[in-house]
Design a protein around this ligand. Structure first.
Ligand SMILES: Cc1cc2nc3c(=O)[nH]c(=O)nc-3n(C[C@H](O)[C@H](O)[C@H](O)COP(=O)(O)O)c2cc1C
Length: 209
């Protein structure tokens, strides 16, 4: 079983990346081959609205025709058993590079057909990880529910794990941040974040089983 992990935070060692690493370790613990890719290392754009993926008889029908660093990864995701994507919440949404990934993943699967049929015939299980400053993940229910619903439509079973009130800085004394309850944040990082990582590990296991 092949599981591809995509970290959508520009920070390679922080909350989103750590949760993703745990999810991949969970998948590996039950026999999956895993790989971790940081989106920040890649040069790619969102959908360019070329419609090559919808062109009848076209060589890119049902596939993204754009050629950049994402091309090979998109092709491999469509052949993988599972993909796990981690992202911080940025201004109530995911970072632009994650949105670009989603457009390139989703749009070729969408066929403008009345029966709602999808262009992808292979199911891929999906794990989504979100990390955020906000104390309550339900604040982003419509964002996260929208992503989950779209992945379920085009790919298959989709699981979600969130971490809230994450540690944003190593040392809060060095930054403007008096809106934060720093001792509570640090305590949460020590006591709750390991539990969030454990839930990510379990999600990785469940996606593979
Ligand atoms: C540009 C930017 C925008 C952010 N916007 C939000 C937001 O709208 N809601 C929120 O809860 N956290 C927001 N955050 C905080 C991050 O989501 C949070 O610190 C996250 O855990 C960072 O992930 P990372 O440690 O993997 O980089 C924002 C952070 C940045 C840098």
């Amino acid at each position: 079983m092949n599981v591809i992990g995509l970290n959508g935070s520009p920070r390679k060692n922080w909350n989103s990346a750590q949760m993703l690493e745990h999810a991949l370790q969970g998948a590996a613990s039950v026999g999956a081959d895993t790989e971790l890719i940081h989106l920040i290392d890649l040069n790619f754009t969102g959908c360019r609205s070329c419609f090559a993926c919808k062109r009848l008889g076209g060589k890119s029908f049902g596939r993204c025709a754009v050629k950049d660093d994402l091309t090979d990864i998109l092709n491999r995701i469509l052949e993988a058993e599972a993909v796990i994507i981690s992202a911080p919440v940025y201004f109530g949404d995911v970072p632009g590079m994650v949105r670009n990934l989603f457009e390139r993943l989703w749009f070729p699967g969408l066929m403008y057909r009345r029966d709602g049929a999808c262009a992808y015939d292979h199911k891929v299980k999906v794990g989504l990880i979100y990390t955020m400053n906000c104390p309550d993940e339900h604040f982003y229910d419509s964002l996260i529910g929208g992503h989950k619903g779209t992945f379920e439509r085009f790919f298959g079973e989709t699981k979600v794990v969130c971490a809230t009130e994450t540690l944003q800085f190593d040392n809060y004394d060095l930054y403007v941040g008096d809106m934060f309850d720093v001792p509570r944040r640090q305590e949460k990082h020590e006591k709750v974040f390991p539990e969030d990582c454990r839930r990510a590990f379990q999600m990785g296991q469940e996606l593979v089983k």
